[in-house]
Design a protein around this ligand. Structure first.
Ligand code: ADP
Ligand code: ASP
Ligand code: MG
Length: 407
């Protein structure tokens, strides 16, 4: 008998029929003698609907009130799943994040979990109940409702598994595991039996939304056995996130390809090439709470240089405004933005022991006439920024070039 935390995503909870299907799956595990804690997302589309609704009232929604609104999607699905379980004869109880007391900081819309009170859940499990917890939400020290960022139910699942020292955390979604790349973009993508934490962290941070990055961080930090599986298939081992690299000689150098459509590039042209210039440009951007990702400063010529960096698309206009305010002080000739870009990244621990990976990537893109605007590398990944219209083509040709298709 094991203690298992199961998380079901929005598509898996998307209709009453699907919720009944989740209940049947939970019942199957319960019948095998396991203790089950279920974390659920809102029905698919619901969080987007609530955000759009909020924006109809306030273009820039107040973060505290936005969390009050967008946390409701999960409050509906916990109740529905509890009913579905009771209907098939199981004892179940639903909890919102604040009822459990999933304590977070007060960073509305992107709060971090600080502590979880497991007393109620343990008592319910001991009494034979299935415990159902709303994903994506918590409560801060002052009793305000908070949410954990988009995709945050994954993090609730893993954090509960860590707090309860569960034997396994199972993330049930609409694909049957982690693939070499998004199978909706590349049909030839291959399901991975295992992927290392390091690689999964990179994939998640570079845009593969199959797992929220914080859930992977949590699992790594607290040693949670984490698996991604399909809620639509009866059988299947899914993908296990492992600590150890597989000692498989056949393993390709690259494990996966991630992409991100959510970044925009800002160019600050003709700035004086002198110490402190990067700080003068990026300081105000950071003060405005805009995250900066890739940064390039060109080699200076005639005492002046160009500076480019990427920010989340949603923050581009704000970042440009901030820079225009300091343009005269910085001495920049022009400030422009381009939101028709995307970032494509190849990821693999195999890169450490192989040379020529970057060359293969750049050649493959060049052969398709895809211009690379920016490059950044780390030990196990290479990212490039290209025009957004090339995203699918770039991912597809790289997938092929690195031999990631189905065998
Ligand atoms: P859920 O609602 O269950 O949390 P998400 O939509 O958040 O589901 O995540 C699952 C989706 O992630 C898949 O439908 C797939 O399109 C996408 N995805 C992106 N990259 C990958 C990948 N490498 N492997 C599997 N799925 C991926
Ligand atoms: N419902 C939230 C979202 O759509 C959380 C989640 O699904 O993980 O982002
Ligand atoms: Mg998700």
């Amino acid at each position: 008998m094991a203690l298992i935390v199961q998380k079901y995503g929005g598509t898996s909870m998307g209709t009453p029929e699907r919720i009944k299907n989740v209940a049947r799956r939970v019942a199957k595990f319960k019948a095998q003698g396991h203790d089950i804690v279920v974390v659920v997302s809102a029905m698919s589309g619901e969080t987007n609907r609530l955000i759009a609704l909020a924006k109809e009232i306030q273009a820039n929604p107040d973060p505290r009130e936005l969390d009050v609104i967008i946390s409701t999607g999960e409050q509906v699905t916990i109740g529905l799943l509890a009913m579905a379980l009771k209907d098939i004869g199981l004892d179940a109880v639903s909890y919102t994040g604040s009822q459990v007391r999933i304590l977070t900081d007060s960073a509305f819309t992107k709060a971090r979990i600080q502590e979880i009170d497991d007393a109620n859940m343990r008592a319910d499990l001991a009494a034979g109940r299935v415990v159902i917890v709303a994903g994506f939400q918590g409560v801060d020290g002052d009793g305000n409702i908070t949410t954990l960022g988009r995709g945050g139910s994954d993090t609730t699942g893993v954090a509960l598994a860590a707090a309860l020292k569960a034997d396994e955390c199972q993330i049930y979604t609409d694909v049957d595991g982690v693939y070499t790349t998004d199978p909706r973009v590349v049909p030839e993508a291959r399901k991975l039996k295992t992927i290392t934490f390091e690689e999964m962290l990179e994939m998640a941070s570079l845009g593969s939304k199959v797992l929220q990055i914080r859930s992977v961080e949590f699992a790594g930090k607290y040693n949670v056995k984490l698996r991604v599986l399909s809620s639509f298939q009866e059988e299947g081992e899914g993908t296990l996130i492992t600590f150890e690299e597989e000692s498989n000689m056949e393993k390709p150098v690259i494990s996966g390809i991630a992409f991100n459509r959510d970044e925009a590039r800002i160019n600050v042209m003709g700035v004086p090439d002198k110490p402190g210039i990067a700080y003068q440009i990026l300081g105000p951007v950071a003060d405005a709470n805009v995250d900066v990702d890739m940064i390039i400063q060109n080699v200076g010529q005639d005492g002046s240089t160009d500076f480019s960096f990427t920010v989340p698309k949603n923050d581009m206009a704000r970042a440009i405004k901030v820079l225009e305010d300091v343009q005269a002080h910085v001495g920049a000739r022009s400030i422009t933005g381009d939101d028709k870009i995307c970032k494509v990244s190849i990821v693999g621990v195999g890169m450490r022991s192989h040379v020529g990976v970057a060359a293969t990537m750049f050649r493959t893109l060049a052969e398709e006439g895809i211009n690379i605007q920016m490059i950044s590398t780390s030990e196990i990944k290479i990212s490039v920024v290209v025009e957004e219209k090339y995203l699918e083509l770039a991912v597809r040709v790289l997938h092929k070039a690195f031999g990631l298709e189905m065998a």
